[in-house]
Design a protein around this ligand. Structure first.
Ligand code: BDR
Ligand code: CA
Length: 313
């Protein structure tokens, strides 16, 4: 099996960090061409720094990390320090990164990488607001047909919203960008809250991370210790939902997930439901399917995979 070439577009975020660690721990299946940071959970200066902290935690300092868009296409940035803490990576004490940011803009890296590879050989993995991806598609529409697949975390159907009653955070922050991506025609796989709220770090799962005894294992345990308080208070969950790692786990073991190929559109006009992913789960319209929208996962299989891979770092 040749490793799948990917670009991780991200706003770390503790769960982004775990998603990146999982990818970097899995070189047989995943070849991370680069990491592009976007403003989201925290502002861009922190997300690009956090992406480098995570690469160093994984011991993979040769992965290029680029800074991208510092604000949504045409809205003010909404951040989520109430979930992720002031730094975005609150929990463990991790050293400032030594590896430099790679020169150049993340959007240009995405464009150049897709143009520089054969069509259908590079997958985009957005873990935050879709600003960088939409900007790249707007600037270079020729790259859309070169994308192998977009596997993203965002949206919700049955679980509805986590930042407003109707919207999930990544889509809500930049709904216009999400609209561009969902209408792009590129093949899309969506990991919505419906799936990620089932990827919960219970105490035994957290203990298993810590028991690895390695720096990454302990850091992941401490990140989820911090991050879980929000979902415990809000939803009464048993632990932190690992939203973004669903994306990288899918690349390794797609059989852990099940869903439906359906039409998904993004609300950009309504004040009340801005950023809602209107997913035609029951296929009640004749709108053409544009996304594989996941609905369930094998949570034990997911955590077994994650723990086994973290042990490799
Ligand atoms: C998404 O929003 C962020 O807070 C997380 O990192 C994840 O990407 C969940 O709604
Ligand atoms: Ca994220």
């Amino acid at each position: 099996m040749t490793a799948r070439k990917i670009i991780i577009d991200t706003d770390p975020g503790q769960d982004d960090a775990v998603a990146i660690l999982l990818a970097l721990a899995s070189p047989e299946e995943i070849d991370v061409l680069g990491i592009t940071a976007v403003a989201g959970n925290v502002p861009l200066p922190l997300t690009q720094k956090n992406a480098r902290i995570v690469c160093e935690l994984a011991g993979k300092t040769d992965v290029p990390v680029y800074a991208g868009c510092d604000a949504p296409l045409n809205r003010k940035l909404v951040t989520a320090e109430h979930v992720h803490g002031k730094t975005g990576l609150d929990g463990p004490t991790l050293p400032d990164p030594q590896m430099p940011l790679t020169e150049g803009h993340a959007v240009d890296f995405i464009i150049d990488t897709l143009r520089g590879h054969d069509a259908g050989t590079v997958t985009l993995c957005p873990l935050g607001p879709l600003t960088n991806i939409a900007t790249a598609f707007q600037k270079a529409p020729d790259i859309v047909e070169k994308v192998q697949e977009i596997v993203l975390m965002g949206g919700a159907y049955f679980e509805v919203g986590n930042i407003t009653p109707a919207a999930e955070f990544n889509i809500y922050v930049d709904p216009e960008a999400a609209d561009i991506v969902f209408k792009s025609g590129a093949p899309i796989v969506v990991m919505p809250l419906d799936v990620t709220h089932k990827a919960l770090v219970t105490k035994p799962r957290n203990d298993a991370f810590r028991a690895l005894g390695t720096e990454p294992g302990i850091a992941v345990a401490e990140m989820t210790d911090f991050f879980e308080r929000f979902d415990k208070e809000k939803y009464g969950s048993v632990g932190a939902p690992l939203h973004d790692p669903c994306v990288t786990a899918y690349l390794i073991k797609p059989e852990l997930f099940t869903g439906r190929h359906i039409n998904v559109e993004v609300e950009t006009g309504s004040g009340l439901t801005l950023g809602m992913t209107v997913a035609d789960w029951w296929r009640v319209t004749d709108r053409a399917p544009n996304a594989m929208f996941m609905g369930d996962l094998d949570a034990d299989g997911f955590f077994n995979l994650l723990t086994e891979r973290l042990a490799r770092l």
